[in-house]
Design a protein around this ligand. Sequence first.
Ligand SMILES: Cc1cc2nc3c(=O)[nH]c(=O)nc-3n(C[C@H](O)[C@H](O)[C@H](O)COP(=O)(O)O)c2cc1C
Length: 483
Amino acid sequence: MVSDWQEHLVVRRCHPLAATAKTPDTLTFALALSSVTVRNLDPGVHAALLAVDTESISLAELTRIARAVCRDTDTTRLLRELGRLYVRKGLAFAVEHGTETLCTLWSTSSLGTATLDLAEAGHRYRMSRFAVLRREDSDLVVDSLAGHARLSIQRTELAAALAGLHRPATEPDLAASLAAALPPEVLGACLRLMVLGGVVGIVDEDGKLPEDRDPDLDLRDPHDLLLHNRSRIGLTTDPVGGTYRMAGTRPPLPALRAAWSGARTALPRPDLDALTRTDMPLTAVMERRRSRRRFAPVPLSLDELGEFLFRVFRVKQMLPLDPDEPHSYEGSLRPLPSAGDAHDLEVYVVAGRIDGLGRGLFHYDPLEHTVAEVAGPGYPVSALLGTAKLSAAIPEEPPALIVLASRFGRLAWKYEGLSYAATLKNVGVAYAGMYLAAEAMGLAACGLGSGDAGSFGAATGVKPYVESSVGELMLGPAAVAEP
Ligand SMILES: Cc1cc2nc3c(=O)[nH]c(=O)nc-3n(C[C@H](O)[C@H](O)[C@H](O)COP(=O)(O)O)c2cc1C
């Protein structure tokens, strides 16, 4: 029997599939970058799969084609192969009502799975914790982060249905709540499409989804999956990489941040030739390095701060923008590498106890090797140092807190999908450089994972989507007792 909802659930090819049959029970489909061959098909499934190479055909029609050719055709196999072609991005599923498309589902990764639920009734459904609803241009889309699918919603009633599924509900419950805005069989098709994409799932008697019982998924936060999926090729159908997405629409940000107007202090420069001769060998530095949270009861000297910042963060050479090259942007060479040579990270110093600097927040100018005052003593600065103290569970504020803040636009101008991921990688690079320099200098350093971007924004007055703190490291003279 073909259910009513199957008349509305349609299969659409994503591109011509150029199906070829080497033998009567085999079919090969061309996919974007590969092909898929299905074997040992009964004549009914074979005929139905040949018919999917079209703009739109309903599941009911495919089932009829299969049964017309072979009375006891394996419809479960047909659904499995449709699911396989969908996962490999050869097919999309949609729900149609008359000439209207209500929603469309695409696979976003060949690592996904697709099982069409043909159960007729009796289930309770619930929205996945990993379904993220948002607007993209004039479309309403739901990203199913664990189901590796994207649902595009064309009828707002469906968004209401989805909202209703924050709690478990049956199909009749939902139909009633939609006040007949959608015929039940159309809603049924939409619901099955959402289940197929993992946007909603079928709950057990405790109202739990399979994802709630999966210890690996239960561990994860939706925003972490969103960032990971969106920033990795193969987990998204959106562009990932250096696409120069904003080139031609706006100029790139300059390599150096606009100078702060506060009082400037010139920092002492170390003698790099002398350090090259006297520094501990790299292996010794790496072997000795520890996170050191105990500071001597003396301030960090300006010499030490100057040497530390010079070793790790200074600009060695500016690389000018080429005005004839649309993808060109100003760069710089520094001791550490940086994604796209964009050096999006600005270095700030929260001074607690630094000789020659009052208590406050300072910005490091990596070209001039100076610091400029951004905020004086008082609330945001004490909150920044207080959060560091709490994060490291130490009794006193650290003498200095190095705060790395990204000018996000530096990377976002060029990179699509991965710019924030690249920022965090740059933070990792900076942590490693700072840890090693501190160890070589005999200073105590400890990276922190939970910085206070709110207090940082309060101190700078800059919107957190423009420039925000993304990493912190405590720095100071080491306690004598530290090994
Ligand atoms: C990204 C990152 C975040 C960290 N966050 C904290 C933190 O919030 N508090 C803390 O006391 N230590 C923090 N640490 C230090 C680690 O606890 C430390 O590296 C780890 O215990 C291993 O010890 P070791 O660095 O001495 O080898 C962090 C280290 C890194 C790299």
